[in-house]
Design a protein around this ligand. Structure first.
Ligand code: DQA
Length: 143
């Protein structure tokens, strides 16, 4: 199974961002845990990070042919990118939305996800473990 992980804007700054909210691991440490979990579940995992909305959309379009599942943390785009939402809507594979923080317990502007309704499901609030839980969910969905 080929799985694509997409990290959106500012996630490359993990480790330097507010640790109480996002945890102390940097993106490389999180990616290593993702890769380790992927091996356990027999997934081929590709990981992509971009701060750019258009690049994330292009990557999602590539996923149409190339991947069996997607895990995406769209960062702040979660709350207003209709373009990323539309790109996900086209896909016929499971797409899991993840967030390190619980977006419902934070500022009001983070309480809405415009992409949740086109995703298979959402995991929010478990730190880096949100990604691990998403991979486990994909394992069951793709059995
Ligand atoms: C985030 C939550 C977003 O509101 C924020 O803009 C992020 C990270 C999370 O993983 O908790 O950049 O997606």
């Amino acid at each position: 199974e080929n799985i694509l992980i997409i990290h959106g804007p500012n996630l490359n700054m993990l480790g330097k961002r507010n640790k109480n909210i996002y945890g102390s691991k940097d993106l490389e440490q999180i990616n290593n845990l993702i890769i380790q979990k992927g091996k356990e579940l027999n997934f081929n995992i590709d990981i992509y990070q971009s701060n750019n909305e258009g690049d994330i959309i292009t990557k999602l379009q590539e996923a149409y042919e190339r991947y069996n599942g997607v895990v995406i943390n769209p960062g702040a785009y979660t709350h207003y990118s209709i373009a990323i939402r539309d790109a996900i809507e086209i896909l016929k594979i499971p797409v899991i939305e993840v967030h390190l923080s619980n977006i419902y317990s934070r500022e009001h502007f983070r309480n809405k996800s415009v992409i949740a309704s086109v995703c298979t499901g959402q995991i929010s609030g478990f730190g880096y473990n949100s990604y691990i839980l998403a991979l486990e969910a994909l394992r069951d969905l793709l059995l």
